[in-house]
Each structure stands twice: as structure tokens, then as C-alpha cells.
Unconditional design. Structure first.
Length: 128
């Protein structure tokens, strides 16, 4: 059977502690473990590409710089951005401020770092 669809299937992210990171993605972003091995874990949810966490000994969190600003390479849609942001504020994970944009300010998002330090954008994406 031939599949003619094109799209992002999986995103690779580094992690030092696979179980801790998998628990974080499950708790906050509704990902479930699809496959767990010694060197990687595959996470999935029903709305986006899988996340494959690869075990690493080197501290190499994923993000990129533009000028003096750090940007994420992954953005995750969430139905309650403000509630999740509030939950992160009481946690040990670095979280940025909520930002709003668009003519009616209905687009909202914020950045947070996962247990390994990968920068993740979380937004509502009301047009999807």
C-alpha cells in the first residue's frame, strides 16, 4: 500500500533521563509512551508528530538564537494555555511570560523548558 501523504512524523529531542522526560511530556502535554528502550523513548499524542527522546550524556538542549533571544524548535498546541502556564509557574521548570498576538489578541503562547532544558513553545492555535 502506497502512502502519498507528506508531513512531519517525528521530532527528535535529547534527554539525559528518559523516564523523567517521558513523565514530563505525559503530565503536561498529554503524550504517552509508545516505545521505551535503553537509548530512546517514543512518545505520541493524537494531534501531532511523535517525539523521540534520545538518551545523551552531553548537555545539548535544543533551541536556537536570534540576536540575544532564544527560540524553540518545537511548538505544541494545548487547549488551556493559561491554565498550563499557571501550573508551570508553581514548578521547577523555567517558564516565560504569556504573550498574545493577532488583531483580537486571541493567539496566546509561552515558552517553557523541559527537564533536559529543551525550549518548548506552547500555544492555543485557534485556527487549527
Amino acid at each position: 500500500m502506497q502512502n502519498n501523504e507528506i508531513g512531519v512524523v517525528q521530532i527528535y529531542l535529547p534527554a539525559r533521563d528518559l523516564e523523567q522526560s517521558a513523565t514530563w511530556y505525559g503530565k503536561y502535554l498529554d503524550y504517552v509512551v509508545e516505545q521505551l528502550r535503553d537509548s530512546f523513548v517514543v512518545l505520541r499524542n493524537k494531534f501531532g508528530p511523535n517525539i523521540m527522546l534520545r538518551k545523551t550524556d552531553k548537555q545539548t538542549p535544543v533551541s536556537f538564537q536570534l540576536g540575544d533571544r532564544e527560540f524553540p524548535v518545537i511548538s505544541v498546541m494545548h487547549p488551556d494555555v493559561e491554565g498550563l502556564h499557571q501550573e508551570f509557574q508553581g514548578s521547577d521548570y523555567p517558564v516565560g511570560m504569556i504573550k498574545r498576538f493577532g488583531e483580537d489578541q486571541r493567539y496566546i503562547h509561552f515558552h517553557v523548558k523541559d527537564p533536559y532544558g529543551n525550549l518548548i513553545d506552547i500555544g492555543n492555535y485557534p485556527d487549527r
